[in-house]
Design a binder for this molecule. Structure first.
Ligand SMILES: NC(=O)c1ccc[n+]([C@@H]2O[C@H](COP(=O)([O-])OP(=O)(O)OC[C@H]3O[C@@H](n4cnc5c(N)ncnc54)[C@H](OP(=O)(O)O)[C@@H]3O)[C@@H](O)[C@H]2O)c1
Length: 180
């Protein structure tokens, strides 16, 4: 059965993949409402059915506020894509060995890549459409070797670490995860 996504939400709309997916969703005639979140305002022309907002995965209150905006639109969510990710920052290049590790960089990577997407699910899963199949996709990198990278998207969903387990369960069963 084809998916119908009338209300799509994309997080990380300012990134390379997130921006391309936002373009595709804008072109999709079934999408009547698109919420696009990024860490800072994106300078581009948005169509009238697109609503933009700011979200920083390192701050749960900003995730909760974004979910509040989406809930306020009064339309259940059919598609949620989390296209964020942090590999390195200007201050911290990808480490090549244990001597390059710093607790600060590791904590930030965990905050953005693991905890952030899990908190997105915490706040957004209650907004999902229960009347028809909704889809949640969380992009991640399989860190280890760049050539080993794999994006697991709409068909299964994947986050890193703890987020992975309940995201996968949610995606595969399409049933609410107890306690959410
Ligand atoms: N590109 C690939 O070939 C590839 C392959 C496999 C997997 N992936 C995975 O796909 C995802 C997206 O990749 P990409 O190539 O599109 O990366 P990208 O262009 O670097 O985009 C990453 C996005 O994450 C956002 N972000 C970073 N920290 C954030 C935070 N604290 N709160 C909210 N947003 C934050 C960035 O926002 P700012 O713009 O504000 O920095 C940016 O929009 C990543 O998880 C990546 O590991 C990519």
């Amino acid at each position: 059965m084809p998916h119908i996504w009338e209300h799509a939400v994309i997080i990380g709309a300012g990134g390379a993949i997130g921006g391309a997916l936002a373009d595709a969703l804008i072109e999709d005639k079934d999408v009547r409402m698109l919420h696009a979140f990024s860490r800072r305002a994106i300078s581009r022309a948005w169509p009238s059915h697109a609503i933009t907002g700011i979200m920083d995965l390192e701050h749960e209150d900003s995730i909760a506020a974004a979910a509040g905006t989406v809930a306020g639109a009064g339309r259940p969510v059919d598609l949620l894509i989390v296209a964020t990710g942090l590999l390195h920052t200007p201050a911290q290049m990808p480490e090549k060995g244990f001597r390059d590790l710093t607790p600060q960089a590791m904590a930030q990577a965990f905050a953005v890549n693991t905890i952030g997407p899990a908190l997105v699910l915490k706040h957004f899963l209650p907004l999902f459409n229960r009347q028809r199949q909704a889809v949640c996709a969380v992009l991640s990198a399989r860190v280890g070797s760049l050539s080993d990278n794999r994006a697991v998207a709409v068909s299964g969903g994947c986050c890193i670490g703890p987020a992975e387990r309940f995201a996968r369960r949610k995606h595969r069963t399409q049933r609410p995860v107890p306690g959410l």
